[in-house]
Design a protein around this ligand. Structure first.
Ligand code: ADP
Length: 423
């Protein structure tokens, strides 16, 4: 029995071993087949899908044979990719709009993360920042700005503050706003200097006007009182002085009104003007001073087409020319005072030259004559009625006209004002 049992057991063991070996071998064959054929084929197809997805080409170009499930998988992935692409392009557009908006703002706009690193920053007021430094403590050049940011952090609240940076001689409005949703700060820096300057100019202007009005007024008052008890021999002289001072007050007020009119009337109003109309109008406007000085006013036009019209803002050009012509006669001690106005039409501009044979202007005063209330000392005595506002008005009009004015002058010989205005 034992012998038979043994043989049977041996046989079973043998069969078992063979079967195990057989299945191992089969497994190996399947694995080999899977690895080298099925998996490789799958990889190949997936790689092709990947390549096509990356290239962004149309799905028709991909060959997927009969593999329906891969085809379906491909469609799902493709649809998902399309959606992502359209979301990305939407985001790109929104980002572009946002970038345009923040760069169009005339302030520096900066988003700081919780460690005060710049995360977003537009390209305004670049002179306030160090290049390639991303933390605001090292990246902002001026301690005055950093102090405001620190204050906002310390007090944990929004801050809006106007500061003055001594090194730059400029005023800035700093706003630090903590964004509630995140640990971030929105910092904006606006240069307030131009706005401050306008206020300062207006303040100075008002104080100058009051001062300029006060002097003739005091004179008038004084001479009127003196007139009461004055002997007849000086009465006429006193009346003349009073008259001159009244003229001066009138001129100041007219110029003052012209300036405020200029500031509100920045629009250029071009119309067709004939040579005749312009010269006649001007001759009539300055006839008083021509008569007084026994002067001679001459006009010369050179237009591209003979007898054509000038395309100019009549009101503004006549205001400029009236001022320059009058000055040409007023600041003139010649026996035969003469002012010549030459108008040349160029392709894109008009060149207007006003030349006189007057007293001329000292070289170091030439730049100053366009400043409000500036008067060359010598003129102050010879023309009491002058205000020092005329040329500042001329300059302002030409600036609005986007033109230019230059002066050539020689003391004792005369001055030439050269204007260029666009057509
Ligand atoms: P105002 O004539 O009222 O003084 P303006 O602004 O017209 O003011 O001129 C400023 C100053 O420039 C004048 O006071 C005068 O000294 C000088 N100036 C202007 N035009 C001439 C000129 N053609 N020749 C000499 N000096 C001039």
């Amino acid at each position: 029995m034992n012998g038979i049992e043994h043989t049977i057991k041996d046989e079973i063991r043998q069969i078992f071993i063979y079967e195990v070996l057989f299945f191992l071998f089969l497994n190996f064959i399947i694995y080999f087949f899977y690895k080298n054929f099925l998996k490789a084929d799958l990889y190949k197809k997936l790689n092709r899908i990947k390549a096509f997805l990356e290239s962004g080409k149309d799905k028709k170009e991909i060959y997927l044979g009969d593999d329906q499930w891969i085809l379906q998988f491909w469609r799902v992935v493709k649809a998902w990719q399309q959606e992502n692409l359209s979301n990305i392009s939407k985001l790109d557009k929104e980002k572009e709009i946002l970038t345009k908006i923040i760069s169009a703002v005339d302030s520096a706009i900066i988003l700081l993360d919780k460690d005060f690193n710049f995360t977003v920053k537009n390209n305004n007021l670049l002179y306030l920042f160090e290049r390639s430094k991303y933390n605001c403590i090292q990246g902002i050049k001026y301690i005055e700005i950093i102090e405001v940011i620190r204050e906002a952090q310390l007090k944990n609240k929004d801050i809006k503050k106007e500061i003055y940076i001594q090194d730059l001689k400029k005023y800035f409005l700093i706003t630090v706003k903590k964004l509630d949703s995140r640990e971030e700060y929105l910092l904006s820096i606006k240069d307030m200097t131009p706005a401050r300057e306008i206020v300062e100019v207006q303040r100075k202007f008002i104080s100058n006007v009051s001062h300029e009005l006060k002097t003739p007024l005091t004179n008038i008052k004084g001479y009127l009182i003196a007139l009461k008890d004055a002997p007849d021999s000086v009465k006429e002289n006193f009346i003349n002085i009073i008259e001159r001072n009244i003229d001066k007050m009138e001129n100041i007020i007219v110029d003052f009104l012209n300036i405020s009119k200029m500031e509100s009337l920045n629009i250029i109003n071009i119309s067709q003007v004939s040579e005749e109309k312009l010269s006649t109008f001007l001759k009539e406007s300055v006839q008083g001073i021509i008569k007084k000085k026994n002067g001679f006013l001459e006009f010369k036009f050179e237009l591209l087409e003979k007898d054509s019209y000038l395309q100019i803002d009549f009101e503004k050009i006549t205001m400029i020319l009236k001022n320059l012509i009058e000055n040409g006669f007023i600041y003139n001690h010649s026996e035969n005072p003469k002012v010549a106005v030459n108008i040349y039409e160029m392709r894109k501009t008009y060149k207007i030259i006003v030349q006189d044979n007057g007293i001329g202007i000292e070289k170091n005063k030439i730049d100053k004559i366009f400043e409000r209330f500036y008067r060359v000392d010598k003129a102050r005595t010879s023309n009491v009625a002058g205000t020092g506002l005329g040329l500042s008005i001329v300059k302002e009009i030409i600036k609005n006209y986007e033109g230019e004015i230059k002066v050539l002058s020689e003391e004792g010989k005369g001055s030439t004002f050269i204007i260029s205005i666009p057509k």
